[in-house]
Design a protein around this ligand. Structure first.
Ligand code: SF4
Ligand code: SF4
Length: 163
């Protein structure tokens, strides 16, 4: 009979593969030459590659939502999350991150999440530190669209005509 752990493993195999595959299946032999050709207009670089479901890319952090509980720092196997005691917040060193997503799973307020961003190499170490990514896209309230004067006239025109 399947116990709880076996079910969990099976679920992860199906839903969240342990291996986080790099989403580009074919890389050119000479990337520099391709980029040069693209800059000269000789080749066109296709739009961003679609990433697989549950892909774990660069981590994002909503600092405003963080409650400073430090659980993420305790589970991180790469020591990539630093607690800032003066602020009771954290910062994430992406250059140390191994994209395991354990911090995102333990965070009680879901203020850490994995994005689909994967081209993140940089010569600047400061660019590899996430201090605040703002709110998650689906948590940003949608601004109510106010119809223009012309649209209001257009909408009310049939009523005016029928009266
Ligand atoms: S994804 Fe994993 S390695 Fe990266 S910061 Fe979170 S816990 Fe640490
Ligand atoms: S687990 Fe979440 S709420 Fe707690 S310190 Fe880390 S980011 Fe902040």
């Amino acid at each position: 009979m399947l116990n709880r752990m076996t079910l969990q493993i099976l679920k992860q195999v199906v839903e969240k593969p342990f291996t986080n595959l790099f989403p580009v299946p074919h890389m050119p032999d000479n990337l520099g030459e391709v980029l040069k050709a693209a800059a000269e207009g000789r080749v066109q670089i296709n739009p961003p590659v679609e990433v697989p479901k549950h892909f774990r890319g660069k981590i994002a952090y909503d600092k405003g939502k963080c409650i400073g509980c430090r659980l993420c720092t305790r589970v991180c196997p790469a020591n990539a999350i630093t607690y800032i005691p003066e602020e009771k917040k954290v910062m994430v060193h992406v250059d140390r991150c191994c994209f395991c997503a354990q911090c995102t799973e333990i965070c009680p307020v879901q203020c850490l999440w994995m994005t689909e961003e994967f081209l993140i190499s940089s010569y600047d170490r400061k660019a590899q530190v996430v201090v605040d990514s703002g709110k998650k896209a689906e948590e940003v309230p949608q601004v109510e669209r106010i119809p223009s004067e012309a649209q209001r006239v257009e909408t009310s025109a049939p009523e005016a005509a029928s009266s």
